[in-house]
Design a protein around this ligand. Sequence first.
Ligand code: TXA
Ligand code: MG
Length: 354
Amino acid sequence: MKALILKINQRRPEESKIARAAEAIKKGGLVVFPTETVYGIGANALSEKACRKIFRAKGRPRDNPLIVHVSGIEMARTVAEVPVVYNNIIRRIWPAPITFIMKARKGLPAAVTAGLGTVAIRMPANKVALALIESSGVPIAAPSANISRRPSATTAQHAIKYFKNSVEVIIDSGRSEFGLESTILDLRTFRILRPGAFTAERIRKAFGRRPVITRETMGLGESADAISPGMKYRHYSPETPLFLFTGKKNRLRRILKGAGGRFAFVGSSELSATIRMPGKYKMVLGSRKRPGKMASNLFDSLIRLDSLGAEFAVVESFGQRGYGLAMMNRIRKASQHRSFRSLPELERLMKGAG
Ligand code: TXA
Ligand code: MG
Protein backbone atom coordinates (compact mmCIF):
# COMPACT_ATOMS: atom_id res chain seq x y z
CA MET A 1 0.00 0.00 0.00
CA LYS A 2 1.26 3.45 -0.86
CA ALA A 3 -0.12 6.21 1.35
CA LEU A 4 -1.99 9.12 -0.20
CA ILE A 5 -0.44 12.34 1.14
CA LEU A 6 -3.01 15.10 1.67
CA LYS A 7 -1.81 18.63 2.42
CA ILE A 8 -4.52 20.20 4.55
CA ASN A 9 -4.65 23.76 5.83
CA GLN A 10 -4.35 23.80 9.63
CA ARG A 11 -6.58 26.86 10.06
CA ARG A 12 -9.11 26.29 7.31
CA PRO A 13 -9.25 22.56 6.56
CA GLU A 14 -10.42 21.94 2.96
CA GLU A 15 -13.69 20.02 3.18
CA SER A 16 -13.13 17.79 0.18
CA LYS A 17 -9.77 16.59 1.48
CA ILE A 18 -11.17 15.95 4.96
CA ALA A 19 -13.97 13.95 3.32
CA ARG A 20 -11.41 11.87 1.45
CA ALA A 21 -9.54 11.02 4.68
CA ALA A 22 -12.81 10.36 6.53
CA GLU A 23 -13.76 7.92 3.76
CA ALA A 24 -10.66 5.87 4.60
CA ILE A 25 -11.59 5.84 8.32
CA LYS A 26 -15.18 4.77 7.53
CA LYS A 27 -13.90 1.93 5.38
CA GLY A 28 -11.78 0.63 8.25
CA GLY A 29 -8.45 2.04 7.06
CA LEU A 30 -5.64 3.92 8.81
CA VAL A 31 -5.15 7.68 8.58
CA VAL A 32 -2.22 9.66 9.99
CA PHE A 33 -3.53 13.04 11.14
CA PRO A 34 -2.21 16.09 12.99
CA THR A 35 -3.12 17.06 16.53
CA GLU A 36 -1.82 19.97 18.60
CA THR A 37 0.49 17.56 20.49
CA VAL A 38 1.95 15.05 18.01
CA TYR A 39 0.69 13.30 14.88
CA GLY A 40 -1.60 10.31 15.47
CA ILE A 41 -2.19 7.12 13.50
CA GLY A 42 -5.95 6.70 13.62
CA ALA A 43 -8.70 4.18 12.97
CA ASN A 44 -12.42 3.85 13.68
CA ALA A 45 -12.47 3.34 17.47
CA LEU A 46 -15.64 1.25 17.24
CA SER A 47 -14.11 -1.35 14.94
CA GLU A 48 -11.93 -4.06 16.44
CA LYS A 49 -10.63 -5.00 13.03
CA ALA A 50 -9.63 -1.44 12.11
CA CYS A 51 -7.93 -0.87 15.47
CA ARG A 52 -5.90 -4.05 15.14
CA LYS A 53 -4.29 -2.61 12.04
CA ILE A 54 -2.78 0.15 14.18
CA PHE A 55 -0.95 -2.41 16.30
CA ARG A 56 0.40 -4.14 13.20
CA ALA A 57 1.60 -0.91 11.58
CA LYS A 58 3.35 0.30 14.76
CA GLY A 59 4.64 -3.04 16.01
CA ARG A 60 2.83 -2.09 19.21
CA PRO A 61 2.43 -4.58 22.08
CA ARG A 62 -1.15 -5.81 22.20
CA ASP A 63 -1.67 -4.98 25.88
CA ASN A 64 -1.06 -1.25 25.32
CA PRO A 65 -4.47 0.46 24.99
CA LEU A 66 -5.31 3.36 22.67
CA ILE A 67 -6.49 6.93 23.20
CA VAL A 68 -9.95 7.60 21.76
CA HIS A 69 -10.26 11.02 20.12
CA VAL A 70 -13.68 12.67 20.23
CA SER A 71 -15.13 15.90 18.88
CA GLY A 72 -16.96 16.81 22.08
CA ILE A 73 -18.36 15.64 25.40
CA GLU A 74 -21.47 14.13 23.80
CA MET A 75 -19.36 11.80 21.71
CA ALA A 76 -17.23 11.05 24.77
CA ARG A 77 -20.35 9.84 26.54
CA THR A 78 -20.98 7.24 23.85
CA VAL A 79 -17.74 5.46 24.77
CA ALA A 80 -17.07 6.42 28.40
CA GLU A 81 -18.88 7.16 31.63
CA VAL A 82 -17.94 10.80 32.12
CA PRO A 83 -18.17 11.54 35.87
CA VAL A 84 -20.92 14.11 36.40
CA VAL A 85 -18.82 16.05 38.92
CA TYR A 86 -16.27 16.85 36.21
CA ASN A 87 -18.78 17.74 33.53
CA ASN A 88 -18.40 21.49 33.69
CA ILE A 89 -14.66 21.49 34.13
CA ILE A 90 -14.16 19.21 31.15
CA ARG A 91 -16.47 21.35 29.06
CA ARG A 92 -14.47 24.40 30.02
CA ILE A 93 -11.02 23.03 29.24
CA TRP A 94 -11.77 20.96 26.15
CA PRO A 95 -10.42 20.95 23.48
CA ALA A 96 -6.98 20.66 25.07
CA PRO A 97 -3.85 18.52 25.15
CA ILE A 98 -5.09 16.40 28.05
CA THR A 99 -6.42 12.83 28.06
CA PHE A 100 -8.72 11.49 30.76
CA ILE A 101 -8.92 7.89 31.93
CA MET A 102 -12.53 7.02 32.67
CA LYS A 103 -14.72 3.97 33.02
CA ALA A 104 -15.36 2.49 29.58
CA ARG A 105 -18.80 1.73 28.20
CA LYS A 106 -19.42 -1.90 27.37
CA GLY A 107 -18.85 -3.04 23.84
CA LEU A 108 -15.71 -1.08 23.04
CA PRO A 109 -13.17 -3.12 21.07
CA ALA A 110 -10.70 -4.98 23.27
CA ALA A 111 -7.92 -3.50 21.14
CA VAL A 112 -8.90 -0.03 22.41
CA THR A 113 -9.17 -0.78 26.14
CA ALA A 114 -6.78 -3.76 26.34
CA GLY A 115 -9.56 -5.24 28.43
CA LEU A 116 -8.88 -2.84 31.33
CA GLY A 117 -12.47 -1.70 31.75
CA THR A 118 -11.29 1.90 31.39
CA VAL A 119 -10.74 4.07 28.35
CA ALA A 120 -8.52 7.05 27.56
CA ILE A 121 -10.44 9.96 26.03
CA ARG A 122 -9.29 13.21 24.55
CA MET A 123 -10.64 16.07 22.45
CA PRO A 124 -7.73 17.48 20.46
CA ALA A 125 -7.38 21.24 19.96
CA ASN A 126 -6.72 20.96 16.26
CA LYS A 127 -9.18 21.89 13.53
CA VAL A 128 -8.03 19.21 11.12
CA ALA A 129 -8.35 16.48 13.75
CA LEU A 130 -11.80 17.68 14.84
CA ALA A 131 -13.03 17.98 11.25
CA LEU A 132 -11.80 14.46 10.54
CA ILE A 133 -13.64 13.03 13.56
CA GLU A 134 -16.83 14.90 12.66
CA SER A 135 -16.71 13.90 9.03
CA SER A 136 -16.00 10.26 9.92
CA GLY A 137 -18.95 10.29 12.31
CA VAL A 138 -17.11 8.01 14.75
CA PRO A 139 -14.57 8.47 17.53
CA ILE A 140 -11.03 7.84 16.29
CA ALA A 141 -8.59 5.65 18.22
CA ALA A 142 -5.06 6.90 17.71
CA PRO A 143 -1.69 6.42 19.33
CA SER A 144 1.22 8.66 18.44
CA ALA A 145 2.37 8.18 14.84
CA ASN A 146 5.67 6.41 15.40
CA ILE A 147 6.98 2.90 15.19
CA SER A 148 6.81 1.44 18.70
CA ARG A 149 9.74 2.54 20.94
CA ARG A 150 10.81 5.35 18.56
CA PRO A 151 10.28 9.10 19.04
CA SER A 152 6.77 10.40 18.22
CA ALA A 153 6.16 12.16 14.91
CA THR A 154 5.74 15.92 15.15
CA THR A 155 5.69 16.54 11.39
CA ALA A 156 4.11 14.68 8.48
CA GLN A 157 7.63 13.98 7.20
CA HIS A 158 8.42 11.95 10.33
CA ALA A 159 5.19 9.99 9.82
CA ILE A 160 5.92 9.43 6.13
CA LYS A 161 9.28 7.94 7.11
CA TYR A 162 7.55 5.56 9.50
CA PHE A 163 4.33 4.69 7.66
CA LYS A 164 4.44 5.50 3.94
CA ASN A 165 3.74 1.88 3.06
CA SER A 166 1.39 0.87 5.84
CA VAL A 167 -1.47 3.42 5.99
CA GLU A 168 -4.09 4.69 3.54
CA VAL A 169 -3.73 8.43 4.08
CA ILE A 170 -1.16 10.74 5.66
CA ILE A 171 -2.40 14.27 6.31
CA ASP A 172 0.28 16.95 6.21
CA SER A 173 -0.63 20.08 8.18
CA GLY A 174 2.83 21.21 9.18
CA ARG A 175 4.46 21.05 12.59
CA SER A 176 2.62 20.04 15.76
CA GLU A 177 2.12 23.02 18.03
CA PHE A 178 3.27 21.42 21.33
CA GLY A 179 5.44 18.59 20.06
CA LEU A 180 4.92 16.56 23.24
CA GLU A 181 2.05 14.13 23.79
CA SER A 182 -1.02 14.96 25.83
CA THR A 183 -1.01 14.72 29.59
CA ILE A 184 -2.81 11.61 30.83
CA LEU A 185 -4.85 12.15 33.99
CA ASP A 186 -6.63 9.25 35.66
CA LEU A 187 -9.88 10.83 36.81
CA ARG A 188 -10.49 8.02 39.30
CA THR A 189 -7.26 8.55 41.29
CA PHE A 190 -6.42 12.06 40.07
CA ARG A 191 -2.96 10.81 39.26
CA ILE A 192 -0.91 11.98 36.27
CA LEU A 193 0.01 8.78 34.45
CA ARG A 194 2.00 10.62 31.80
CA PRO A 195 3.02 14.29 32.05
CA GLY A 196 2.50 16.18 28.82
CA ALA A 197 1.56 19.36 27.09
CA PHE A 198 -1.09 20.27 29.69
CA THR A 199 1.05 21.08 32.74
CA ALA A 200 0.41 19.94 36.32
CA GLU A 201 0.09 23.61 37.24
CA ARG A 202 -2.72 24.02 34.68
CA ILE A 203 -4.53 20.93 36.01
CA ARG A 204 -4.39 22.38 39.48
CA LYS A 205 -5.88 25.65 38.33
CA ALA A 206 -8.62 24.08 36.22
CA PHE A 207 -9.70 21.51 38.82
CA GLY A 208 -8.82 23.40 42.00
CA ARG A 209 -6.97 20.30 43.10
CA ARG A 210 -3.35 19.17 43.01
CA PRO A 211 -2.76 16.14 40.79
CA VAL A 212 -0.83 13.18 42.16
CA ILE A 213 2.71 12.93 40.76
CA THR A 214 4.74 9.78 41.29
CA ARG A 215 8.17 8.44 40.31
CA GLU A 216 6.54 6.95 37.22
CA THR A 217 5.12 10.34 36.26
CA MET A 218 8.64 11.71 36.25
CA GLY A 219 9.87 8.79 34.17
CA LEU A 220 12.10 7.63 37.03
CA GLY A 221 10.53 4.24 37.45
CA GLU A 222 9.05 1.78 35.01
CA SER A 223 6.55 0.17 37.35
CA ALA A 224 5.95 -3.52 36.66
CA ASP A 225 2.35 -3.19 37.78
CA ALA A 226 2.04 -0.57 35.05
CA ILE A 227 -0.96 1.57 35.86
CA SER A 228 -0.72 2.80 32.31
CA PRO A 229 0.49 -0.14 30.26
CA GLY A 230 2.54 2.10 27.99
CA MET A 231 4.70 3.03 30.98
CA LYS A 232 6.46 -0.30 31.08
CA TYR A 233 7.84 -0.24 27.55
CA ARG A 234 10.95 1.39 26.22
CA HIS A 235 10.11 4.70 24.61
CA TYR A 236 11.29 7.52 22.42
CA SER A 237 14.72 5.98 21.83
CA PRO A 238 16.94 7.15 19.01
CA GLU A 239 19.36 4.55 17.59
CA THR A 240 22.35 6.67 18.64
CA PRO A 241 23.15 5.84 22.29
CA LEU A 242 21.91 8.80 24.31
CA PHE A 243 23.25 9.72 27.76
CA LEU A 244 21.64 12.17 30.18
CA PHE A 245 23.97 14.76 31.73
CA THR A 246 22.94 15.51 35.32
CA GLY A 247 26.16 17.13 36.53
CA LYS A 248 27.16 20.77 36.98
CA LYS A 249 26.58 22.57 33.70
CA ASN A 250 29.97 24.24 33.54
CA ARG A 251 31.71 20.83 33.67
CA LEU A 252 30.27 19.42 30.47
CA ARG A 253 32.79 21.01 28.16
CA ARG A 254 35.77 19.36 29.90
CA ILE A 255 34.02 16.03 30.30
CA LEU A 256 33.30 15.84 26.57
CA LYS A 257 36.84 16.87 25.75
CA GLY A 258 38.14 14.06 27.94
CA ALA A 259 35.74 11.46 26.55
CA GLY A 260 37.09 11.55 23.04
CA GLY A 261 34.25 9.94 21.05
CA ARG A 262 32.32 11.65 18.28
CA PHE A 263 29.52 13.20 20.30
CA ALA A 264 26.31 14.99 19.41
CA PHE A 265 24.57 17.33 21.85
CA VAL A 266 20.86 17.86 22.49
CA GLY A 267 19.88 20.74 24.73
CA SER A 268 19.54 24.48 25.30
CA SER A 269 21.29 27.18 23.32
CA GLU A 270 22.81 28.36 26.62
CA LEU A 271 24.60 25.09 27.39
CA SER A 272 25.37 24.51 23.72
CA ALA A 273 27.33 27.77 23.65
CA THR A 274 29.70 26.51 26.35
CA ILE A 275 30.81 23.33 24.60
CA ARG A 276 33.00 22.75 21.57
CA MET A 277 31.97 20.45 18.77
CA PRO A 278 31.15 20.88 15.07
CA GLY A 279 27.92 22.85 14.68
CA LYS A 280 26.20 20.07 12.80
CA TYR A 281 26.41 17.84 15.87
CA LYS A 282 24.58 20.36 18.02
CA MET A 283 20.84 19.83 18.22
CA VAL A 284 19.79 23.09 19.83
CA LEU A 285 16.24 22.93 21.22
CA GLY A 286 16.04 26.65 21.92
CA SER A 287 16.64 28.98 24.82
CA ARG A 288 16.03 27.95 28.41
CA LYS A 289 13.91 31.08 28.60
CA ARG A 290 11.38 29.47 26.25
CA PRO A 291 10.64 25.99 27.63
CA GLY A 292 7.61 25.49 25.35
CA LYS A 293 9.76 26.02 22.30
CA MET A 294 12.41 23.62 23.60
CA ALA A 295 9.77 20.98 24.31
CA SER A 296 8.31 21.29 20.82
CA ASN A 297 11.72 20.64 19.24
CA LEU A 298 12.62 17.61 21.34
CA PHE A 299 11.21 14.75 19.26
CA ASP A 300 12.32 16.28 15.98
CA SER A 301 15.86 16.52 17.35
CA LEU A 302 15.79 12.93 18.58
CA ILE A 303 14.61 11.74 15.16
CA ARG A 304 17.20 13.79 13.27
CA LEU A 305 19.95 12.71 15.66
CA ASP A 306 20.28 9.37 13.90
CA SER A 307 21.21 10.92 10.57
CA LEU A 308 24.18 12.88 12.00
CA GLY A 309 26.63 10.02 12.11
CA ALA A 310 27.59 10.65 15.74
CA GLU A 311 28.78 7.72 17.86
CA PHE A 312 27.06 8.93 21.01
CA ALA A 313 24.87 11.80 22.12
CA VAL A 314 24.42 13.67 25.36
CA VAL A 315 21.23 15.36 26.40
CA GLU A 316 20.88 18.12 28.97
CA SER A 317 18.61 17.76 32.00
CA PHE A 318 15.97 20.31 32.96
CA GLY A 319 13.97 21.33 36.03
CA GLN A 320 10.60 19.68 36.57
CA ARG A 321 8.35 22.74 36.56
CA GLY A 322 5.89 23.42 33.75
CA TYR A 323 6.92 21.64 30.56
CA GLY A 324 10.04 20.40 32.36
CA LEU A 325 8.12 17.50 33.93
CA ALA A 326 7.05 16.16 30.52
CA MET A 327 10.41 16.84 28.92
CA MET A 328 12.35 15.03 31.62
CA ASN A 329 9.94 12.08 31.44
CA ARG A 330 10.70 11.74 27.70
CA ILE A 331 14.42 12.42 28.09
CA ARG A 332 14.87 9.85 30.85
CA LYS A 333 13.15 7.22 28.76
CA ALA A 334 14.92 8.16 25.55
CA SER A 335 18.27 7.85 27.33
CA GLN A 336 17.12 4.58 28.88
CA HIS A 337 18.07 5.97 32.27
CA ARG A 338 21.77 6.17 31.38
CA SER A 339 22.93 9.31 33.18
CA PHE A 340 26.33 10.72 34.12
CA ARG A 341 27.82 13.56 36.14
CA SER A 342 31.53 13.00 35.56
CA LEU A 343 34.03 11.69 33.01
CA PRO A 344 34.48 8.25 34.63
CA GLU A 345 30.71 7.82 34.68
CA LEU A 346 30.45 8.80 31.01
CA GLU A 347 33.28 6.43 30.07
CA ARG A 348 31.47 3.60 31.79
CA LEU A 349 28.33 4.34 29.78
CA MET A 350 30.32 4.51 26.53
CA LYS A 351 31.79 1.08 27.20
CA GLY A 352 28.38 -0.33 28.00
CA ALA A 353 26.88 1.05 24.82
CA GLY A 354 29.75 0.07 22.52
O1 TXA B 1 -0.98 13.50 22.48
C1 TXA B 1 -1.35 12.32 22.49
O2 TXA B 1 -1.87 11.82 23.48
C2 TXA B 1 -1.16 11.52 21.19
C3 TXA B 1 -2.07 12.13 20.14
C4 TXA B 1 -2.07 11.35 18.86
O3 TXA B 1 -3.36 12.26 20.64
N1 TXA B 1 -1.44 10.14 21.43
C5 TXA B 1 -0.63 9.33 22.16
O4 TXA B 1 -1.01 7.99 22.22
O5 TXA B 1 0.37 9.72 22.71
P1 TXA B 1 -0.02 6.82 22.69
O6 TXA B 1 -0.75 5.57 22.39
O7 TXA B 1 1.28 6.98 22.10
O8 TXA B 1 0.01 6.95 24.23
C6 TXA B 1 -1.14 6.64 24.96
C7 TXA B 1 -0.81 6.21 26.35
C8 TXA B 1 -0.15 4.85 26.42
O9 TXA B 1 0.94 4.93 27.31
C9 TXA B 1 -1.24 3.96 26.98
O10 TXA B 1 -0.73 2.90 27.74
C10 TXA B 1 -2.07 4.92 27.79
O11 TXA B 1 -2.04 6.10 27.06
N2 TXA B 1 -3.46 4.47 27.93
C11 TXA B 1 -4.37 4.31 26.98
N3 TXA B 1 -5.52 3.83 27.48
C12 TXA B 1 -5.33 3.70 28.81
C13 TXA B 1 -6.13 3.26 29.90
N4 TXA B 1 -7.39 2.83 29.72
N5 TXA B 1 -5.59 3.26 31.13
C14 TXA B 1 -4.33 3.68 31.33
N6 TXA B 1 -3.52 4.12 30.35
C15 TXA B 1 -4.00 4.12 29.10
MG1 MG C 1 3.27 6.91 21.86
